[in-house]
Design a protein around this ligand. Structure first.
Ligand SMILES: Cc1cc2nc3c(=O)[nH]c(=O)nc-3n(C[C@H](O)[C@H](O)[C@H](O)COP(=O)(O)OP(=O)(O)OC[C@H]3O[C@@H](n4cnc5c(N)ncnc54)[C@H](O)[C@@H]3O)c2cc1C
Length: 544
């Protein structure tokens, strides 16, 4: 059997596997992805992702390409609810909350990507694939992982060609299991999962092509549309400027038909009923049954194998958390793997992946389940009602996390606020770097962009001793560190005192931000022995 050696093998070429590969390829690692399908999946489940995922994706530098596929929240229209689409009358229909717009208003002071919202996976994946290939990575289609064995210094993964069944062994320093909710990798390495499991009924996600322009004319553009017809209950989502659509048929819990009865012909009839146009021409492209499930892997790592995306947890699709969280897993893990493989960090840094991502996942799972139990509070209600139900404001749940691991120096101990984003994004260690617009080289960019992909020291305007010390410590340890004094750096324009206010530091203080945008350490003031302290901090974070 043929054998080869790679540094990182990613099992699964869905959006999370591709994101992990894209983040690694940008860091000098040449990841190999094995995917059993013949190519990219053209049938999206996720049609929108949250701001942290957008921040991570833009860190790849493919800004123009991602901007070209992302819908703008500022141009979105509120969803609609009607018995059928044809019966929807904007003049008389009860207005629905414009959740996308409200979300934009809530996040725009806290992230540079506030306006980016809807985007089907089928539009994200091609950009990720190009990023992987241009960065020297490889994606092997038709290739299924069938066995896996861990050794002290590698993982031996047996893969088979799905077309011809030919097998080979790939030895990898590390494996990322991004093989989805039913992850065979997770089972092979013996990681169990816990949770409620199935938390809702059967649905069928039907991808179809149809010209609905006549139907929509005069009704205003909408997406999604909730259809309440008793025989066609579900949700219609526009893709690709309304040429292709997804109809999520909700199978009636007490209906007489089983999942298998939903042939293409039957799906077509249900969709026509939901549209309210019995003769509507439409071409069914593919169908994908699904049920909402709530699972959390009991561990995110077994020796050299790391779980990411749905392999690590499944979240019912309420609130755009599933793929968002998977992309954030990949972003968290990629720089750590690259640092360990490149010799910049000790292997202990990798322990922080589970320490950071599993509690975050458990928290989000709990939040999503509260929304499933109280959908009215997700789509409406007041902050006071949500707080009483233990529901964090949607924008805050997306933007604010707090890591407590050995890769953070003295993490914040105060719990996150459920209602106040500014109080959470205050520069304290373990949180995402505060967002502040500034101008550099004639371009407007955010502190979040500045700190993407590399260790970045962002000091106050008189924080040159920290900046100097960070550059020196980085050189000594062989770790690239960018260091700036915001407010006095000649290339960067920012209103005096703004950064210090945002970061919770004086003019002589500083934040050290990790390559994934999380604050690793903060000195609120001038401090002492800068060179010694910076060396200690970097060694601590990198397990050196
Ligand atoms: C109806 C619905 C709507 C959703 N909407 C949203 C949304 O709007 N926003 C959001 O953030 N999330 C959403 N989600 C969640 C989101 O779709 C998932 O979290 C995300 O797609 C998971 O991606 P993944 O790459 O981890 O897994 P998958 O997409 O399942 O990819 C796993 C890949 O691994 C491959 N694979 C499996 N086993 C092997 C093997 N042995 N060898 C090789 N390859 C293998 C599979 O072929 C597959 O391509 C939604 C989910 C559903 C069900």
């Amino acid at each position: 059997m043929q054998r080869e050696r790679v540094s990182v093998l990613i099992i699964g070429g869905g959006s999370v596997g591709l994101a992990a590969a894209a983040f690694l390829a940008g860091r000098g690692v040449r990841p190999v992805v094995v995917e059993q399908r013949a190519g990219l999946s053209g049938h999206p489940r996720a049609t929108s992702i949250g701001p942290r995922a957008w921040e991570a994706l833009l860190s790849t530098g493919r800004t123009e390409e991602f901007l070209a596929v992302a819908e703008r929240r500022s141009e979105s229209r509120p969803p609609i609810k009607a018995r059928t689409i044809a019966e929807y009358d904007p003049g008389t229909a009860a207005p629905q909350a414009d959740v996308s717009r409200e979300f934009l208003d809530a996040i725009e002071d806290f992230t540079p990507v506030a306006d980016l919202g809807g985007c089907g996976q089928h539009r994200i994946d091609p950009v990720l694939l190009r990023t992987v290939l241009d960065g020297g990575g490889e994606v092997r289609w038709h290739t299924r992982m069938v066995a896996l064995r861990q050794a002290d210094d590698h993982v031996a993964v047996t893969v088979e060609d799905t077309a011809g069944g030919r097998g080979s062994v790939i030895q990898a320093d590390y494996v990322v299991a991004a093989d989805g909710a039913d992850s065979a990798t997770r089972e092979l390495v013996g990681i169990s999962r816990s949770g409620q499991g199935v938390v809702g009924g059967h649905h069928i996600n039907v991808l179809f092509r149809a010209d609905l322009s006549e139907l929509i004319a005069g009704r205003g553009f909408f997406s999604p549309a909730f259809v309440t017809h008793p025989e066609a209950g579900g949700m219609l989502i526009a893709l690709d400027e309304g040429d292709r659509w997804c109809y999520h048929i909700m199978l009636p819990p007490d209906g007489d038909a089983a999942l298998e009865d939903y042939t293409h012909e039957r799906c077509r009839e249900v969709i026509r009923t939901g549209l309210g146009v019995p003769e509507q021409e439409l071409e069914i492209l593919s169908t994908a049954p699904w049920r909402p499930t709530a699972w959390l892997a009991d561990r995110f790592r077994e020796r050299r194998v790391f779980l990411a995306g749905d392999a690590a947890r499944t979240l019912p699709p309420v609130g755009v958390f599933g793929l968002t969280t998977g992309i954030c897993d990949a972003y968290n893990l990629a720089w750590k793997l690259a640092a360990v493989l490149g010799g910049a960090a000790g292997a202990g840094l990798l322990d922080s992946y589970e320490a950071e991502r599993r509690p975050r996942s458990a928290f989000l799972l709990d939040q999503v389940l509260r929304r499933v139990r109280n959908p009215r509070l997700h789509w409406g209600g007041t902050p006071a009602q949500r707080t009483a139900a233990g529901i964090m404001e949607h924008a805050i749940a997306h933007l604010c996390d707090l890591y407590d691991s050995a890769a953070i120096v003295e993490p914040r101990t105060e719990p996150l606020s459920f209602v106040d984003a500014r109080a959470n994004l205050d520069g304290s260690p373990g949180t995402r770097v505060p967002h502040l617009w500034l101008e550099r080289g004639g371009r407007r960019l955010s502190t979040v962009d500045l700190a993407a992909g590399v260790f970045t020291l962002l000091a106050g305007r008189d924080g040159e001793p920290w900046a100097d010390a960070a550059r020196t410590a980085g050189k000594e340890l062989g770790v690239p560190v960018v260091a700036l004094t915001l407010g006095s750096d000649p290339w960067t324009r920012v209103a005096e005192g703004r950064w210090e206010d945002a970061a919770g530091i004086t003019a002589r203080g500083a934040l050290l931000v990790r390559p994934d945008g999380q604050v690793a350490w903060r000195s609120p003031g001038a401090g002492q022995d800068h060179a010694v302290r910076m060396g200690q901090v970097l060694r601590h974070v990198l397990d050196r």
